[in-house]
Design a protein around this ligand. Sequence first.
Ligand code: IPE
Ligand code: IPE
Ligand code: MG
Length: 247
Amino acid sequence: MSWKEKLDLDRIPKHIAIIMDGNGRWAKKKGFLRAIGHENGVGSLRNACLTCAQLGVEYLTVYAFSTENWNRPKFEVNALMSLMVSSLKRELKFLQENNTRLEAIGRIENLPKSCQKELKEVMEKTKNNTATVLTVALSYGSKEEIISATKSIAEAYANGEISLDEINEKEIDSRLYTSDKPDPDLLIRTGGEQRVSNYLLWQIAYSELYFTEKLWPEFNDEDLYEAIYDYQNRERRFGKISEQLNS
Ligand code: IPE
Ligand code: IPE
Ligand code: MG
């Protein structure tokens, strides 16, 4: 039986987040430049989108470039930025056919102008698509996101718009880049590292974490089904005890 056949289609996670890691190591293993690894990673993302749309996953949020990734060699940063532009151009047709809406989170204003322009265009053209919302985290860092939410609350407080009592979980949620999305049910990290690298720290408070040795360019449909199957076999207790869950 394949992983897909084992899935309970009534309990598909609503929101999957992915840390797409391992492109560089995949390329190195094959004797290619790191940039070739990133190029092949785009194909894995396309597959993941397709699978999510077919399964009815409503939100797919992927980590494509972190605030810390700006510290990589300039050559690699440039290669990633031009790959972003060419992929956005190339994948628009796929997104439309797949009824996928593109969104972005992070410090988009720090990306090169060409990249911002392409992103804006694809987001505008796909905004009425209704299958999956694909959110790409670009120049994204969770600590930066939380700092910016904190500043906006401090400002609102200073202006008398909110009181101390009104600063609660919901208020903070509403000032994060992800304010219009539910928290991820499942966070997948490829590439073998077991860390979150500044990704969605607040939002993954109760997400199920899934780590796999598979490098991102080789992560395929079966791997995604397997991760979802694993998720479906966990008990999400949210602090309660098992006996309370079905009553
Ligand atoms: C993830 O792959 C993509 C980005 C961070 C942009 P890496 O480039 O981190 O690949 P490894 O971890 O070096 O193999
Ligand atoms: C996390 O991967 C960021 C992305 C996948 C975009 P990194 O490769 O940058 O993470 P670390 O440095 O291994 O923690
Ligand atoms: Mg990495």
